[in-house]
Design a protein around this ligand. Sequence first.
Ligand code: AR6
Length: 173
Amino acid sequence: MTSTRAEIVLVRGDITEQTVDVIVNAANSSLLGGGGVDGAIHRRGGPAILADCRKLRASQYGKGLATGRAVATTAGRLHAGHVIHTVGPVYAREVDRSELLASCYRESLRVADELGARTVAFPAVSAGIYGWPMEDAARIAVETVRAAETSVEEIRFVLFDEAAYEAFARQIR
Ligand code: AR6
């Protein structure tokens, strides 16, 4: 069954503290870690996540993970079954990369479905170091997951600060 409309839940907090089937990471194409959510996930999840990422780089992702795509690893010590790493686009005023940002959410849900996940936590992909304006990032995130055909039952957006939480809340209303 892939027609269930998932419940969308907003939480203000740290995504690494969530108990869910899948935690989505706003990664970069190297898959080898970074700052922001990515740094927090690797720190809190421990070295098993990086070990899995290195295996992916040594096998089917020799050139890294393309923008808009998603791939799963272990979640290490996080309270989750898997981490799904997705690579958001860097925001640019002169080119519209919205479709790539939407793809991050769609592809992550597709991989989550393959894993049989029921609960998935997302950060605001691209809305930190990659510079996407929060209001627009929230609109794309919410519109995309609403339109997605998925068996996931709960999609939890975990927003780090009040401004991000409010931006997502305006999209849900
Ligand atoms: N829990 C939830 N949200 C968080 C957390 C956390 N622990 N930490 C930060 N955020 P970012 P991006 C918020 O920069 O823009 C990395 O170096 C943050 O406030 O993590 O996609 C990667 O390796 C912001 O709202 O991801 C890439 O190189 C949102 O999460 C690059 O950054 C996303 O911010 C990806 O940049």
